[in-house]
Design a protein around this ligand. Structure first.
Ligand code: GUN
Ligand code: ZN
Length: 452
């Protein structure tokens, strides 16, 4: 029986495989932001018939295939006619919301009350957290995502479960326990003291363990008291290389609420900056409605935005201004924001991103889109020294894509004009069905062709 399958690693002793792997395929990766080059050919490298060689889990060679390679390498895996790109990077996703994706009819604040909080309550039970973590990691791999910045719930055991599962698959996961001490049901609240201590314990245990890193995760300003935000800032000062991961200016009612809760602060971003939570490793999901002063503050602090197209459309939140972020030189990554987002697929996410740009009179080229989903995401998370493209020595996280799987894709592919047109069709029509295989640190982690 031919069955789609995620391949389980047999041991955790080493996060990289030692053998040499050589793959012949089309290859594409980015070396610059397409928006920042005068000539687009300086943004990417493309090898129509390429060779990717992996040694000890890292990229060793990327080049055009030549006949002499056949004698050089014992076994060349033949993926001619497919396209290899770096693994996708998801810069904002909630794993506990996997089970409640596609919840009907509400915008942000009502959606949180009606669906999200009752769902997150279930993660008090570590057994449940383990089951959903396993499903979540497999779903990422099936969609070609190899790195992600992830929200847990308020329960430390939600993050224990996720990290255990991610370690087993050797994923590059940055995650944190949610800090929330007010304006939510009692069953989901911690306190400034317990949130500080629980987060600290998780940092000590997990940060930089294998490919795992920690993010201090206040849910959003309305659910944290000033005392809790002070505790989060203290933790960040004690551990400067951990991340800050939160939400910002997603919904107009949310913004009004923040104003009423923090009248002494000069807007929403200022709440976070005041408590020491802005900076190079601070990722603010959504960032839709920003004042000029806030755009300036992003720039000044080198903070990062996560653009979450399917979520912003699903919750009716608004339109992210990617062009303005480009003009202001602000780093932006792409986020699925499951479960307000409606797909794990970065291809589907780019489809909605394109439409959000169109609604603002702008364009999103396939080059820019695929850059955002790979190197752009890595730069946003400050992991571009490790992943994001096929620079020699980087960890070999990559996806083997089928250009066309459905009849419609095949027809469109047949009539495509050039590389950019083919990539655009893939970005607009593609989804997890286009993922042929996913490799994590040089090891096959998912194959659509594995026989069970
Ligand atoms: N703001 C605060 N919490 C959440 C959440 O879980 N999802 C989204 N999209 N926005 C939030
Ligand atoms: Zn979110």
């Amino acid at each position: 029986m031919n069955k789609k399958n995620t391949i389980k690693s047999s041991s955790n002793t080493s996060f990289i495989s030692s053998n040499i792997i050589a793959i012949r395929s089309g290859l594409l990766h980015f070396i610059n932001d397409p928006a920042k080059v005068t000539n687009i050919s300086n943004a990417y490298q493309y090898f129509e018939d390429g060779l990717l060689v992996i040694e000890h889990g890292c990229v060793k060679i990327v080049k055009t295939f030549s006949d002499s390679d056949v004698s050089q390498y014992e076994n060349i895996i033949d993926h001619r006619g497919k396209l290899i790109i770096p693994g996708f990077i998801d810069t904002h996703i909630h794993y506990p919301q996997t089970q409640m994706i596609a919840a009907y009819g509400e915008q942000l604040l009502e959606w949180l009350e009606t669906y999200t909080f009752p769902t997150e309550r279930q993660f008090k039970n570590k057994g449940h957290a383990k089951v959903i973590s396993r499903f979540f990691i497999n779903e990422l791999l099936k969609n070609g995502t190899t790195s992600a910045l992830v929200f847990g719930t308020v329960h430390p055991q939600s993050i224990e479960a996720l990290f255990e599962e991610a370690l087993d698959k050797n994923m590059r996961i940055i995650a944190g326990k949610v800090m929330m001490d007010r304006n939510a049901p009692d069953y989901l609240l911690d306190s400034p003291k317990t949130s500080y201590q629980d987060s600290k314990n998780l940092i000590e245990k997990w940060h930089n363990h294998g490919r795992l890193q920690y993010a201090i995760t206040p849910r959003f300003a309305p659910t944290s008291s000033p005392e809790q935000l002070t505790a989060a800032g203290k933790l960040k000062a004690e551990y400067p290389d951990v991340y800050i991961h939160t939400h910002l200016s997603e919904n107009k009612n949310e913004i009004e609420w923040v104003k009423s809760l923090f009248p002494e602060r000069d807007g929403y971003f200022d709440v976070y900056e005041y408590y020491g939570l802005a900076g190079k490793r601070s990722i603010f999901a959504h960032s839709i409605y920003l004042t000029d002063k806030e755009w300036g503050a992003f720039k000044r602090t080198d903070s990062v935005m996560s653009f979450c197209p399917t979520s912003n459309l699903f919750l009716g939140s608004g339109l992210f201004d990617l062009k303005k972020a480009e003009k202001n030189n602000i780093r932006v990554g792409l986020g699925t924001d499951i479960g307000a987002g409606t797909s794990f697929s970065q291809l589907k996410t780019l489809n909605d991103a394109y439409k959000i740009m169109q609604l603002q009179g702008n364009k999103l080229s396939a080059f820019k889109g695929l850059y955002l989903a790979t190197l752009g995401g890595a730069q946003s998370l400050s992991i571009d020294n490790k992943v994001g493209n096929f620079e020699i020595g980087k960890e070999a996280d990559f996806v083997i894509l089928n250009w066309a799987t459905t009849d419609l894709q095949k027809l469109r592919y047949q009539y495509s004009k050039n590389l950019e047109d083919k990539l655009f069709a893939l970005m607009m029509l593609g989804d997890e069905r286009n993922i042929n295989a996913t490799y994590v640190a040089g090891k096959l982690a998912y194959s659509a062709e594995v026989t069970n």
